[in-house]
Write a protein that binds this ligand. Structure first.
Ligand code: G1P
Length: 916
């Protein structure tokens, strides 16, 4: 058996994220996303496995979880029967090729992968068979839900070879629900048609959660030779294609080189079907190639074959669409581009930049590791993905944010499931009244970024409705007077739909938690916080760390209101009269913040005034008094946290306790089983300004001591031991996996962000470097470029592509590391780059959108000064020196300066850095 080094990693080959990887088929669980705006969502592996679908109820290929990638044989395939030699799969999916991958490497194909934004090419060749196949896949940026594949076969032997090519794409053609719910019965619904160019399945009915309905959706596999020549016949029925006792990796029709069963015009009812397209027999001279184009389509109604033939079925159309596709994705990712001293890192960042767009398109459900949910995104992810979209697709975001606020309830909770259309909310599937206590905190963070980037303070005063269903008092009670017929918008007592400003929504989301405290005067954990796995402390659990987050929000909101007054002259704001009770310092009845009972009582009083309807009466509040009220609350929380939740263990290490469990016990610190510490517990006190500088210094040491692991980086928590039934299901996971002690990228990147934000630049950079190194160390992580949701106990990257950490990483690199960020519409340039991040000429630059203009910001640091040694000295806009206001070690530029620039053109801002 030959021993080869098989897992040397991918290398970048171009300037648009292109990379190559040898032996990609020797890494399990690798998958690559292919997607378009029309809603085609595919995943493909080096052996062309994966699936393609339009939504939960419309899967062309059978839905796959990560394990199915090697368990199932029903992947895309393209067979070449070679006269005198037998069947060979261009996908590597024949029983004999699979066997030779492990154990018989001398017989194995040589396989090579190249990929870019967003295309995928696998080349495989086998000297014994004398053949090479190069298969390129992508989903074109058209209005159709279609995936394209071109297979080019070449004779690499020195003799003529006779080939019989057959594409074989097993149809699933129904709802994912049917995989274990009437898989057989739903095949009886299939109506399978053979056409001029391929096979189509249109089930008569669909059986899924929506009930039994007449089905319109059709699924087709169409194909042609390079010049458009149609296939010569078909094997449309799965069981006939594979033969009795056969399988998709050793199908009788192929292995015996049988003649096609059908030509065009047949209809077969009631079987599992396969898009098996037989092409004409050909003789290939040495070095000669042939190519075939395969289109896999999901259409509403039977496919318009003529149209698809014209649009997709030729090598010329394939090449043109592939080029368009590359241009589209390059432009999308080109919205933000980094140029540092490390070009590999810059290329890697392109994949990270793409990831938030992928999550917008795939939701959290439709890649092999993401085998849960039914599409769409939850509340938290929706808001955090907006962070990156604000930078990449800013034109669409105002409306998106505004729509999202319609999901807020009057008790500060919110509808959790968001459908595909803006403003399409559902309370929760299964009607589980679960409230995640962190949900109220994210919208302000995102809105603040929007206001800073845009200066659009008017947004705060836009009216928006509220969500209403039967859940009240943060899902602790039901409102029996509400009926679904009343609709999902909150009404006033006289039946009118109630609206309040966006500011009012933000106040409700952030002030209510201030009162919603547990026995230690921290905010109750409820159904969980950011960590979905902390879901078993619903009665007495408290999230100290999100108490810090809310404290930071109240403080930032207070500051922002004062700035808005200064900028716009707005002196009063209107809020619903019921809310005034919670802004206690504005009333005669003050609340004793130290008294848990007082807080709860005040909240209960408020809840009872907004149960079924609201009065609709607004009161006008002085903006300064409102700001002062919020600041008073923030100050109280900050000093409470600093005094009561800063802990020290027996070895003298200090950090913030992050939680109380369902027995009301403090979670972190020394225990007989070892030290318990969470990274989440540290991140938000640092990010929100609760932690003092000294506390940050000590926290960093404690994190390094208890959470940093040489092999898997910064763990989400230390080993707690035991399943923690008083805290959450996360601790049922094996230690080192997912929400129990893995390197969970989202929290690690937020840790870095928090450190940068507070000026701990070297510490933050160490964290970001570790995430990059772990993700890009292919031998261990076995993922394509980009950031995975987490790194598991073995160092493998998991749940690649669809993760909120990508948004945060992009944001951190741009706004903290490169220091390019808005300040209520002005542009602040305050780099936090260290010496190594400048190139040989002492330059580092970034391209980004700001004020609707494409800017290239170049930092010049000729003396290669390190962070802390430099400050901005001179700024040039398109070559002309401009004046600026100094801000920290950076500079603040007026928006007008930028708005006046021409559109559709790249403008250069050169910033010279000099010694302080
Ligand atoms: C995922 C979820 C996110 C949740 C986190 C921790 O993170 O999408 O909402 O907060 O797990 O439970 P992500 O995949 O976005 O990195």
């Amino acid at each position: 058996m030959t021993q080869k080094k098989l897992t040397a990693g991918w290398t970048f080959t171009g300037k648009h994220g292109e990379f190559q990887l040898a032996n990609p088929d020797r890494s399990s669980y690798l998958y690559f996303p292919l997607v378009n705006e029309a809603g085609m969502m595919s995943s493909i592996t080096p052996t062309w496995h994966g699936d393609s679908k339009a939504d939960q109820n419309s899967f062309l290929l059978a839905p796959v979880s990560a394990e199915d990638l090697h368990n199932s044989r029903a992947g895309r395939n393209f067979w070449v029967y070679i006269e005198g030699k037998g069947a060979w799969s261009a996908a590597g999916n024949s029983a004999s090729q699979i066997t030779s991958r492990i154990g018989n490497m001398d017989e194995a194909d040589e396989v090579h992968l190249e990929a870019g934004l967003l295309w995928h090419r696998v080349t495989r060749q086998n000297k014994k068979f004398g053949i090479r196949a190069e298969a390129t896949s992508f989903v074109p940026m058209t209005d159709d839900k279609v995936e394209l594949m071109q297979v080019k076969i070449t004779n690499i032997s020195d003799k003529d070879i006779g080939v019989t090519p057959t594409a074989a794409i097993p149809f699933y053609a129904r709802s994912a629900d049917d995989i274990r719910d009437h898989r057989h019965v739903t095949s009886l619904l299939h109506r399978t048609y053979t056409m001029k160019h391929g096979v189509e399945v249109q089930p008569t009915l669909s059986f899924d959660e929506r009930g039994h309905r007449v089905n319109e959706t059709a699924y087709s596999v169409l194909g042609s030779e390079a010049d458009g020549t149609a296939p010569v016949g078909y094997f449309p029925i799965g069981e006939e294609f594979i033969g009795e006792g056969g399988s998709y990796d050793w199908p009788e029709a192929i292995v015996t080189n049988a003649a096609a069963h059908e030509t065009s015009g047949a209809e077969i009812d009631g079987y599992e079907s396969v898009g098996a397209l037989r092409f004409k027999d050909r003789i290939l001279a040495p070095g000669e190639s042939l190519s075939y184009v395969i289109a896999m389509a999901i259409t509403n109604g039977r496919v318009n074959e003529e149209q698809y033939e014209k649009d997709y079925l030729s090598a010329a159309r394939f090449d043109a669409l592939l080029e368009d596709n590359k241009q589209f994705w390059q432009a999308k990712v080109g919205t933000v581009e980094f140029y540092s001293g490390d070009s590999n890192h810059d290329e890697w960042m392109k994949w990270v930049t793409l990831q938030p767009v992928l999550r917008r398109l795939f939701g959290c459900s439709f890649l092999p590791h993401h085998d849960y949910g039914r599409g769409g995104r939850g509340w938290r992810d929706l808001w955090q993905d907006c962070l990156a979209l604000l930078i990449m697709e800013p034109q669409d975001v105002r409306n998106l944010l505004w729509n999202n606020y319609a999901g807020v309830r009057m008790d500060g909770s919110n509808a959790t499931i968001i459908g595909s259309k803006p403003g399409d909310f559902r309370a929760d599937r299964n009607n589980i009244p679960r409230v995640w206590m962190d949900h109220g905190a994210w919208p302000f963070l995102t809105t603040k970024l929007y206001l800073d980037q845009s200066g659009d303070t008017e947004f705060l005063f836009e009216p928006q409705t509220y969500f209403k269903d039967s859940f009240v008092k943060r899902a602790k009670a039901r409102d029996d007077r509400w009926a679904p017929e009343a609709g999902q918008q909150l009404k006033t007592a006289d039946g009118a739909v109630y609206t309040g400003t966006i500011l009012e929504h933000i106040l409700i989301q952030n002030v209510i938690p201030f009162y919603h405290v547990g026995a230690h005067n921290n905010i109750l954990l409820e159904g969980a916080d950011w960590n979905d796995g902390l879901d078993m402390a619903t009665k007495l659990g408290e999230s100290v760390t999100f108490t810090a987050f809310y404290a930071g929000n109240l403080k930032d909101l207070s500051d922002m209101l004062l700035q808005v007054k200064q900028m716009t002259g707005v002196s009063h704001v209107e809020i619903n009269e019921e809310m005034l009770d919670l802004l206690d310092t504005l009333t005669a009845e003050k609340v004793d913040y130290a008294s848990i009972a007082d807080k709860r009582e005040r909240l209960e009083r408020y809840y009872n005034t907004v149960l079924t309807t609201v009065s609709g009466v607004k009161v006008s509040v002085d903006i300064e008094q409102l700001a002062a009220d919020l600041m008073k609350k923030a100050d109280w929380m900050i000093s409470h946290l600093r005094q009561n939740e800063w802990i020290q263990n027996s070895e003298g290490y200090s950090w913030f306790n992050g939680y109380y469990n369902n027995d009301g016990e403090r979670v972190e610190g020394d225990t007989p089983g070892g030290v318990r510490m969470t990274l989440t517990g540290q991140v938000f006190p640092i990010m929100s300004g609760v932690a003092t500088e000294e506390q940050i210094r000590e926290t960093v040491q404690s994190v390094d001591q208890f959470l940093k692991d040489d092999k898997i980086g910064y763990r989400l928590n230390s080993r707690f031991g035991g399943i923690q039934q008083n805290l959450g299901r996360a601790f049922g996971f094996a230690f080192g996996h997912k929400e129990n002690g893995a390197m969970f990228s989202h929290m690690t990147v937020m840790y870095a962000n928090a450190l940068y934000k507070r000026g701990f630049v070297r510490e933050g950079r160490t964290v970001l470097e570790s995430v990059y190194e772990l993700s890009s160390d292919f031998e261990r992580s076995r993922i394509y470029p980009g950031i995975p949701e987490y790194i598991n106990a073995k160092g493998r990257g998991m749940y690649h592509f669809l993760t909120g950490s990508a948004s945060w990483l992009l944001l951190t690199e741009l706004t903290e590391v490169f220091g390019v960020k808005g300040k209520l519409g002005k542009l602040l340039l305050e780099p936090k780059l260290v010496e190594q991040q400048f190139d040989m000429n002492g330059e580092a630059s970034v391209e980004t959108l700001f004020a609707d203009k494409k800017l290239r910001i170049i930092y010049r640091n000729a003396s290669k000064l390190d962070y802390g040694q430099y400050r901005v000295q001179e700024v040039k806009l398109n070559g002309e020196i401009i004046s600026y206001a100094a801000a920290g070690h950076g500079c603040l530029l007026d928006r007008q300066l930028l708005s006046a620039l021409a559109d559709d053109q790249l403008h250069t801002i050169e910033v010279t850095l000099f010694a302080k």
